[in-house]
Every structure is written in structure tokens, then in C-alpha cells.
Design a protein around this ligand. Structure first.
Ligand SMILES: [Zn+2]
Ligand SMILES: [Zn+2]
Length: 283
């Protein structure tokens, strides 16, 4: 496997034929993932302020004005903070399920709403999304697979347990964005109050590094190009611990593993149109 083979050079014009993914932010202070196939571009979650999302996109040559939609995984603040403002400012439709609106979060008022239901695939232009239920303490939290051309991207970043259904949905992906929230020892011995420790490691909390390693041992395969570890706790985990643990579960030497950061926008990860694995996978 390959770690962090990144360069700084990129030209947005060159991205047009490739499937690109960029982690604008990941963690309990804000989450947002950019996905594009060159024709349709979306954000999965917009959990930073609108201004900060715009700033981070600009740092990678991207603009919210070029987005086609925002998709909301669940209504926790770290996933929706900038949804309303971006939707209104750039006239973007927001795909959100009924469960996320039950508590009437102010960030999801006055949006151009499109509905989806977990279990029912839906299309946004050239992208096909399959939302599936995950176990998390929100109204109706969703993970997603996104099908673009002959590629499949899987996203599951807030879940307490990996169910058979989650495993099934995330199988055969070319790129996986998976939570690796905490190191169990750091959580148990760390500063969180008891009730919060219970919540994090409970069935509706967050996946540990070990949980994610076990998941990858099950669903890893030779065409899995990238794994991006997401939603790391800043208190109960370190990127080094997450990488060391999770990489033990990776079968293929072709699979690269990186860690998404809370404070810095990631490099753009490219999935090439051909099914062949190429060396220059980041710009
Ligand atoms: Zn979250
Ligand atoms: Zn959450």
C-alpha cells in the first residue's frame, strides 16, 4: 500500500475527464466531501460555514457556483452548518430525508429541498446515489454509495456499528471514505466524561480504528484504489494510530490510504476513467 503520495500541482481544466474527490473537512468540527465526475459536482454534507467552504473549494480551484447539489447525510451541526447559506446563495438543491428535518434544524430552513429515502436510489444528473441506513444517533442517518461511470465510491462517516447491510453496500468500491473515529484505549483513558465515552463507543456512536480495520478485512479487494479515513477524533485518536491499525486490514498493495483532516482541505483524489490503476492518483 502507498501512503500520501501527494503533489501540489493541479490544473482544474485537467480534472474535467476524471472523477475527483476532495475532503474539504472531516471531524467533529465540520464535514464536507466534494465529488465530481466532470459533469456533475456535489457536496456530501456542508458542515463548515458557507464562507469557509467557499474558501476551501477555492484553494483547490473549485467553486460552490459550479455545484449541482448538496446531499445531507444527517442533521448534526457538523454536517449541515453551511447548507442553508450555500443553498440560498448559489441556488443549490439540497437532498435531505424526512428524518433529518424532524427536529427542524434552522440550518435546513428555506432551502430548495429534494427528498430521498434510505434504500431508494436517486439520480443527480449523471450521478446515481444509493443512500443506506446507518446506526447513529440522528433522525434517519444515511451512508451513500455514488456510482459514476464505471466507478463506485462509498461514504460512511458516522456510524456506531457495521451492519450486514452497510458491508454489502460498501463492497466493490473503487474509493472508500470511512470513519476511523477513535482508538479504544485513548477513548477509555481520555478526558471525556463517562456518558460521552458510552455514546461514542455505543451502537449509535462512532467506529473505532479496529472496527474500520475489520470492515476493510471483509470488503477490501484488488480494485480498491483509495481509502480515506475520516471523522477522526482530535481527542481520542491520532492519524498515525488510525493508519497503523487500519492498514493492517488492507489486502492489496494497490490500495493507498490517507487521513482526512479537520483543518486543511485534502488534495484532490482522482479516479481515472480507465479501470487500470495509474500512478498519478493525486493532483
Ligand atoms: Zn459527524
Ligand atoms: Zn453525527
Amino acid at each position: 500500500m502507498v501512503f500520501e503520495k501527494l503533489t501540489d500541482a493541479h490544473d482544474p481544466a485537467e480534472l474535467s475527464e476524471d472523477i475527483s474527490v476532495c475532503m474539504l473537512a472531516s471531524g467533529s468540527r465540520g464535514n464536507s466531501i466534494y465529488v465530481s465526475d466532470g459533469h456533475t459536482s456535489i457536496l456530501v454534507d456542508a458542515g463548515l460555514s458557507g464562507v469557509e467552504i467557499e474558501r476551501r473549494m477555492a484553494s483547490r480551484g473549485l467553486s460552490p457556483g459550479d455545484l449541482d447539489a448538496i446531499v445531507v447525510s444527517h442533521e448534526h451541526e457538523d454536517h449541515i452548518r453551511g447548507v442553508g447559506i450555500l443553498s440560498r446563495r448559489f441556488n443549490l438543491p439540497v437532498y435531505v430525508n424526512d428524518g433529518a428535518l424532524k427536529s427542524e434544524p434552522p440550518q435546513l430552513r428555506h432551502i430548495r429541498r429534494q427528498s430521498f429515502c434510505c434504500g431508494s436510489p436517486f439520480k443527480i444528473n449523471t450521478l446515481m446515489l444509493h443512500p443506506f441506513s446507518i446506526s447513529h444517533d440522528a433522525g434517519d442517518p444515511a451512508g451513500f454509495t455514488i456510482h459514476l461511470r464505471n466507478h463506485k465510491i462509498g461514504i460512511a462517516t458516522d456510524l456506531g456499528i457495521v451492519t450486514a447491510m452497510v458491508r454489502e453496500h460498501l463492497s466493490a468500491c473503487d474509493l472508500l471514505i470511512l470513519e476511523a473515529n477513535h482508538d479504544p484505549d485513548m477513548l477509555v483513558n481520555g478526558p471525556y466524561p463517562w456518558h460521552l465515552k458510552q455514546r461514542v463507543k455505543g451502537r449509535t456512536g462512532h467506529l473505532s480504528n479496529q472496527d474500520t480495520r475489520a470492515l476493510l478485512e471483509d470488503i477490501g479487494h484488488h480494485r480498491l484504489q483509495h481509502v480515506i479515513l475520516a471523522h477522526l477524533s482530535e481527542t481520542n485518536n491520532t492519524p498515525e494510530k488510525a493508519l497503523a491499525e487500519v492498514c493492517e486490514g488492507i489486502h492489496s498493495r494497490q490500495t493507498s490510504v490517507t487521513v482526512a483532516s479537520q483543518d486543511i482541505c485534502s488534495q484532490i483524489v482522482l479516479l481515472h476513467s480507465s479501470s487500470e490503476f495509474l500512478e498519478a492518483d493525486y493532483v
